[in-house]
Design a protein around this ligand. Structure first.
Ligand code: NG6
Ligand code: CA
Length: 515
């Protein structure tokens, strides 16, 4: 009798404490990272143009936390994505600037990453969309063989990718370790030099292009658009720019459906606003602006479709969605798509100065929304949060203890991210432009230090009105009075200036900043 009771207990305990059941209680997490989307580009952050409507993203904001001091780590894509997945500032590692077409894996397998931490808690993990963090060993990607290391070696169970950006070659999908639909009889070659003298390019065949280039972007032509870099072959594997957003949504829905019985983490990595901005035919002309506006409407559609899938599968109440961007906005980023000419009075960077490539606020202060209907009280929050903090925060949410060396610059801000009363965000943040050796922004409270180490003189026009202008090595701004960082007050506040310079240097030297 006694042993029977014991067995019953053992069976009950095994069922109750089995990893599957325990895992099932954990919420799903979806991070939707937009590309080149600025603070002012969507309705809930003040976009005014009457046809530039973003109802699906606005709905997340209305039912969740909309942050006014939400940041991405850098004002270009590769370093922000590196920091998001590793919890480490990109200036700490060589090779974290904008990755080229044949670049090797930027995140080396070994240290814990955001997805590897979630896997420890029983999560299924996937990245679908733009990668831009390199593939393969030191020699770069083996396009016709196995593409590794890549996402699967750093904690993702599944990947379905655009390898870099769509203005870089090649236009193929990478599913797990392989180029999808690659015909071995038509191997893919990718390189930096023209493969043959008669290879058509954006220079020799400029008259055939459906979208002309303005700077760079004049190498191999695919789908009537010339790109950065050269490639040949892989014709069956190539996609149309117009179909990218639909593909990401379709593949994401499929993956969510297949993984709905587990807690899952999906990194949905949109490419919509990145050049070449080629909306699907059905979105053309919807925004009343240029294609740059139309692809914002397209991005909003993607968000709506993902939410619809969660609703259909009855997962919405148990899913945390984070909506964010990878860097601030840009007008002309290399193609003549009339983004600037048709900007009207739309302000893509909202009230800030600067945008992509800049350490002004407009470079990294971007839309940031958290949404979890059963757990979050709708609100606007001024707490400072950053995409780099998602790793430590999600680990806390999933109940994973962080090893000391893991995610060295990621702060657990779960309370602030979920809008808990009294929960604090960061008290400081290092912003940067493009990986190691670049420029820094350092914000603490309302003080903002700019430090320009790079000789690069970026002068990228975001709108006709606002430009990133060359700057002195160090400058100090008071964001409470000067949100546009126009008046350098270093001389008026010598102590603050000295302290801020020193603190930034200490963070750089310490190799880590997580408490
Ligand atoms: C720049 C490209 C720009 C864009 C950027 C990366 C030129 C002239 N400019 O080098 O078009 O591709 O890299 O953007 O080639 S990011 O959002 O992925 O960081
Ligand atoms: Ca980007």
């Amino acid at each position: 009798m006694k042993s029977r009771l014991l067995i019953t207990w053992a069976v009950f305990a095994a069922l109750f404490f089995s990893p599957k059941l325990e895992a099932a209680a954990k919420p799903n997490i979806i991070v939707i990272m937009a590309d080149d989307l600025g603070y002012g580009d969507i309705g809930c952050y003040g976009a005014k143009p009457k046809n530039l409507k973003t109802p699906h993203i606005d709905k997340l904001a209305k039912g969740g936390v909309r942050f006014t001091s939400g940041y991405c780590s850098a004002s270009t894509c590769t370093p922000t994505r590196f920091s998001f997945l590793t919890g480490k500032y990109a200036f700490r590692q060589e090779g974290t600037g904008i990755a080229p077409p044949n670049g090797p894996a930027v995140i080396k397998p070994g240290p814990e990453t955001l997805p590897s931490l979630l896997k420890k808690a029983g999560y299924k993990t996937a990245v679908i969309g733009k990668w831009h963090l390199g593939l393969g060993g030191p020699d770069g990607p083996d396009w016709n063989g196995e593409l590794k290391p890549g996402p699967r070696e750093i904690g993702f169970d599944y990947n379905y990718l655009l390898p870099t950006t769509n203005d870089r070659v090649p236009q193929v999908y990478v599913e797990n370790h392989r180029v999808k639909n690659l015909d071995p009889k038509d191997p893919l070659w990718v390189g930096r030099m023209k493969p043959s003298p008669d290879h058509p390019t954006g220079i020799t065949h400029r008259h055939t292009l459906k979208m002309d280039w303005s700077h760079g972007h004049n190498s191999t032509i695919h789908n009537g658009i010339s790109r950065i870099g050269f490639y040949t072959g892989g014709h069956k594997a190539r996609f149309r720019d117009e179909d990218l957003a639909d593909e990401w949504v379709m593949q994401s829905n499929k993956w969510i459906e297949a993984n709905k019985d587990n807690p899952f983490f999906l990194f949905f990595s949109s490419h919509d606003l990145h050049v070449p901005r080629i909306p699907h035919e059905r979105f053309r002309g919807t925004s009343g602006l240029s294609y740059r506006g139309d692809v914002i409407v397209q991005l909003d559609w993607c968000v709506g479709e993902l939410v619809k899938t969660l609703d259909r599968l009855k997962l919405s109440d148990n899913t945390l969605i984070v909506f964010c961007s990878d860097n601030g906005p840009v007008g002309d980023d290399g193609y003549k798509d009339e983004a600037l000419e048709k900007m009207g009075d739309h302000s893509p960077n909202g009230p800030f100065s600067g945008g992509k490539y800049s350490v002004l606020e407009g470079g990294t202060r971007t839309p940031f929304i958290t949404y979890w209907p059963s757990k979050i009280q709708p609100q606007v929050s001024d707490e400072m949060v950053c995409t780099i903090d998602l790793a430590a925060s999600f680990a806390a949410l999933a109940g994973v203890k962080l090893p000391k060396a893991a995610v060295p610059d990621s702060f657990n801000l779960l309370g602030a991210l979920l809008g808990k009363k009294g929960a604090k965000g960061r008290d400081h943040l290092v912003q940067q432009d493009n990986g190691r050796g670049g420029n820094y922004g350092y914000r603490k409270g309302n003080w903002k230090l700019q430090r320009h180490d790079s000789k690069r003189k970026r002068n990228v026009v975001v709108t006709a009105k606002l430009a990133n202008t060359p700057a002195p090595r160090f400058a100090l701004f008071d964001l409470s009075k000067d949100i546009q960082e126009k008046k350098n007050v270093a001389e008026q506040h010598p102590e603050v200036f000295a302290r801020m310079k020193q603190e930034l240097q200490e963070i750089i030297d310490a190799g880590r900043s997580r408490p």
